[in-house]
Design a protein around this ligand. Structure first.
Ligand SMILES: [Zn+2]
Length: 308
């Protein structure tokens, strides 16, 4: 099911959309619950679910004001994420790419989890006491789910706060600010900001004895494949779940399009919480339109059937 995977890619969207129509018909015949039903029907599903998978995308972070450096107006200096978040850019100019990531790390100190993050975390804690589970499968790299209190999080694109050694491959949590002394005060997003041009030996380096390799952000860049172990975990969670939420992204675009169809193919209901709808989503699934910080809390709130 996963041929070549393009992170953030719209590349496979069309293929997924085509597939989705097949699933749409399949679901429409099989799962006759009336997908135009609103919150009340969703709440019945929610009350019965034992294992809930929540796939989250950029929209959840956007509601916390986290910049994505993509789309209209999304620039760091004169670049967008797709210019700098690539292995090629890092090998050509590691100083510039580290400035970009240093800025992205630093900006997170002024951002907070929003009501959608908090509703997910609260739901996981509450359902956990009832022997039910919630897993978050996210493309977001800002760790806001963890900061909100979510424990079971699969970060398919890695994290801004992890580094990976280019020499020995060691992955480590890293919350240093700045990430290395040479980056202190660097990374200003202004288009006229001067490039720091930090010598490669002064960029973040591996502290493993005898290694001293160059560190890179442990995030999945454009043109890179997703981590195989994470994908295996995602597969297991999707096989197990009996309710799937797609939050802050459309279920017909990456990454949810990679995952939601296989859940739907088992007859499991998928509910989408997103700013936009498409004709395809409205026909065959629960769809709640608007900011997920507003739509998600009532959907995940304690149900009257929950006794603990
Ligand atoms: Zn190393």
């Amino acid at each position: 099911f996963f041929p070549t995977i393009y992170p953030w890619g719209a590349f496979c969207s069309w293929i997924c959309i085509s597939k989705r129509f097949t699933f749409a018909h399949f679901l429409h015949d099989l799962c006759m619950r009336g997908f135009t039903a609103g919150l009340a029907h969703f709440r019945e599903e929610f009350a019965k679910a034992k294992h809930i998978a929540i796939i989250t995308g950029a929209g959840v972070s956007a509601e916390s004001g986290v910049p994505t450096f993509r789309g209209a107006g999304g620039y760091w200096r004169t670049w967008q994420a797709q210019d700098l978040a690539t292995p090629g850019a890092f090998s050509r100019d590691p100083s510039l790419v580290w400035e970009f990531y240093h800025y992205r790390r630093e900006v997170m100190s002024s951002k907070e989890p929003n009501p959608a993050h908090l509703a997910i975390a609260e739901c996981e804690a509450r359902l956990g006491q009832q022997g039910r589970s919630v897993v978050v499968i996210t493309q977001n790299i800002d760790e806001l789910h963890r900061r909100a209190g979510s424990k079971h999080v699969l970060e398919i694109h890695g994290s801004l706060f992890k580094t990976r050694c280019m020499s020995c491959g060691e992955v480590k949590e890293n919350y240093k600010s700045p990430v290395c002394p040479a980056l202190k005060g660097k990374g200003a997003p202004d288009p006229n900001a001067k490039e720091a041009r930090i010598p490669v030996e002064d960029l973040p380096r591996c502290d493993r004895q005898g290694c001293h390799g160059l560190l890179r952000p442990h995030v999945v860049w454009f043109g890179e494949t997703l981590d195989a172990d994470i994908l295996t975990s995602v597969e297991q969670e999707l096989e197990r779940c009996d309710l799937c939420l797609v939050v802050g992204t459309s279920s017909i675009v990456y990454p949810a399009a990679m995952f939601a169809p296989q859940v739907a193919a088992r007859g499991v209901c998928v509910a989408e919480f997103n700013m936009e709808s498409t004709p395809a989503t409205q026909r065959f699934m629960y769809h709640f339109e608007g900011p997920c910080g507003r739509t998600l809390p009532p959907a995940l709130a304690r149900h009257q059937s929950e006794v603990i």
